[in-house]
Ligand binder design. Structure first.
Ligand code: ATP
Ligand code: LTN
Length: 341
């Protein structure tokens, strides 16, 4: 990810979302939200809770409502200032569902069949491979294209969906003339793929709670998870960055680097001659201290339901204004009669 220098005149637009289908974890934070918070002054930013996406997998309605608000509180606690960023709930802006329908008709069966997230999720939910799970990327394309963003900041796993969004936008523009801006994914260099602490060859994911550090975990839980983190079965017992041979150590080094800002060489020097027994708790301590203020602030915000409601109401109003403009343009281009009221 190269540093982006936006033009001084018009602020460039950024947009991203996270599904409120589980609690936010360190992968979501380091791969996504932490980087978003740093972009607010330079860009016009939209971030949302992707509740429409989350029902592609069965959810408990009460838990979904609670997690949607918790995610909003965490966005704010991670540094997304609602005055500077438009924070909203996806289902409050019905243009997302409407544009998704249109884009479904410009997205090919073959393209959707090739999506790795669809293949992974249908393998995990073999009793519920529904049409929404399959058409998920067309909804994601709608989320993005409605706001005409320049960049979509996501972790590595969402790159394929962003590329399909570009293909859909280009296809539509070729048929009807320039309608959508073709956005670029914006993927961080460090933290783009935080791996599981228990299986360092798979990405950290809420579906593997043992290897996953949640932002709302207690300091004790975080320390325990890091002490038990799988390192490598080499006899070297030395902190050295070698992702192919030592994926567990490389993952812990990346996490430590992301939370402290230290380079891999500095980390190797700091732990020279100490072995994994000293290294693992030190990474745990650094993560505990990074997450402590976030957890405390999120708890404080969550207790203030009136404030949260104010934030998502303002956010939905601002988002609707932009989304409506794009949808109107699309409806006109495909040949729908303009609504007279
Ligand atoms: P699941 O566990 O169901 O795969 P998830 O934990 O990946 O879900 P999402 O809502 O799909 O959560 O992801 C939200 C954002 O966090 C996306 O931008 C995604 O790229 C990023 N992200 C998710 N997991 C990681 C990870 N392990 N490392 C870095 N970024 C991640
Ligand atoms: N598919 C994403 C969440 C998501 C998203 C988006 C991200 C839904 N719509 C639009 C960026 C832009 C995920 O599972 N992480």
């Amino acid at each position: 990810m190269e540093p982006i220098t936006p033009a001084a005149e018009a602020k460039k637009v950024m947009l991203s979302g996270i599904q409120p289908s589980g609690n936010l974890h360190l992968g979501n934070y380091l791969g996504a939200v932490k980087n978003w918070a740093e972009l607010a002054d330079q860009f016009d930013c939209y971030y949302f809770m992707a509740d429409l996406h989350s029902i592609t997998v069965r959810q408990d309605p009460k838990a979904l409502r609670a997690r949607t608000l918790e995610l909003l509180a965490l966005y704010i606690a991670c540094g997304l200032d609602p005055e500077k960023n438009t924070l909203f709930i996806q289902s409050h802006v019905h243009e997302h569902a409407e544009l998704a329908w249109v884009l479904n008709c410009y997205t090919m069966f073959g393209e959707l069949s090739r999506m790795t997230q669809f293949k992974d999720k249908s393998a995990k939910n073999s009793d519920n491979i529904n049409a929404g799970l399959f058409a998920y990327p067309a909804l994601m394309a709608a989320d993005i294209l409605l706001y005409q963003p320049d960049f979509v900041p996501v972790g590595q796993d969402q790159k394929q969906h962003c590329e399909l969004t570009r293909d859909i936008a280009i296809r539509f523009n070729n048929l009807y003339g320039s309608t959508f801006k073709v956005p670029e994914p914006y993927i961080p260099k460090v933290g783009a793929r935080v791996m599981s602490l228990s299986t360092p060859t798979s990405k950290m994911s809420k579906s593997d709670p043992n290897g996953c550090v949640f932002l709302m975990d207690t300091p004790e839980d975080i320390s325990r998870k890091f002490k038990r983190a799988v390192t490598d079965s080499d006899t070297e017992n030395c902190v050295r960055y070698a992702p192919a041979e030592k994926p567990g150590v490389a993952n812990l080094m990346s996490i430590y680097s992301s939370v402290t800002g230290k380079t891999f060489e500095e980390i190797e020097k700091e732990f020279d001659g100490m072995g994994y027994g000293k290294f693992k708790p030190a990474v745990g301590d650094a993560v505990v201290e990074t997450l402590r203020p976030i957890r405390e602030e999120a708890q404080r915000i969550l207790a203030d339901k009136a404030y949260l409601q104010q934030v998502y109401t303002d956010g939905a109003q601002r988002a609707t204004y932009v989304a409506r403009k794009t949808l109107r343009k699309v409806y006109k281009k495909v040949g729908f009669i303009e609504k007279p009221f």
